[in-house]
Design a protein around this ligand. Sequence first.
Ligand SMILES: NC(=O)c1ccc[n+]([C@@H]2O[C@H](COP(=O)([O-])OP(=O)(O)OC[C@H]3O[C@@H](n4cnc5c(N)ncnc54)[C@H](O)[C@@H]3O)[C@@H](O)[C@H]2O)c1
Length: 251
Amino acid sequence: MAMLSGKTAFVTGGAGGIGAAICARFAKEGAEVIAADVAEPAALPEGVTWRRYDVTSEAAVRQTFDELGGLWDKLDILVNAAGIEIEKTIEDTTLEEWNRVFAINVTGMFLTAKHALPLLRKSPGASVINFGSYDGFIADPGLTAYCASKGAVHALTRAMACDHGPEGIRVNAICPGYVDTPMLQSFFRDSGDIESLQQAVRDVHPLRSYGTPDDIANLVNWLASDEARYASGQLWVIDGGLSAQVQQMRL
Ligand SMILES: NC(=O)c1ccc[n+]([C@@H]2O[C@H](COP(=O)([O-])OP(=O)(O)OC[C@H]3O[C@@H](n4cnc5c(N)ncnc54)[C@H](O)[C@@H]3O)[C@@H](O)[C@H]2O)c1
């Protein structure tokens, strides 16, 4: 039987590289899926509908979940995947840029989860999956606001898991390393010689490759399913072994 049969899922950032792969996988596993994003997806798999959604607007978030309450009798899966990054040190980051990164990556997650709670409580086994990053544990140079925001997501995830576990709501964070999406491509584009940089990034991984959105969707799918009924409050690193290894001189 399909792993998510009879479940409903709401995915922020559902038009992005990782979000779209998650929506497609959820639909394939039998869930009814809403891809919620400021951007419209290029294509929508069967079983997925798109809703224009801005995680930074509390009015829009509240209205969305009010309307969803009339459509669905419960929400089983919430994925908070909307996110942005800017590549700057603190010295070069303006206050406006800092606030924008936190508004989308952290406050947007808080607002969506807060207003989704009444519907999540109606599920017999709800699962919330937040997008952190390996950058929340260790830092990529020149990515300060992003690294700080992902550290906040990790702490938020643990706190939510403690508060809402007794209500039967599981909360986990996925912490990817390099995943081949528009976000990663823009990181490469801003960094000069794309070919040699891509090769260097592959070479630094023990598995000698970076991840695909489907690699991430596989783990998200399991965390969303009832097989993961005892998994909560954890930060699931999926990075091709990158963060397991110290940097060594190649002699
Ligand atoms: N790609 C990677 O290497 C990588 C690594 C670690 C963590 N992540 C995290 O995974 C998540 C998904 O990243 P991705 O690589 O798919 O990025 P992406 O840029 O492909 O997708 C992000 C999506 O978020 C949407 N978004 C931005 N602002 C929004 C807003 N205000 N409201 C609603 N939606 C908004 C964008 O329109 C986009 O569709 C992000 O949280 C990211 O930080 C990605």
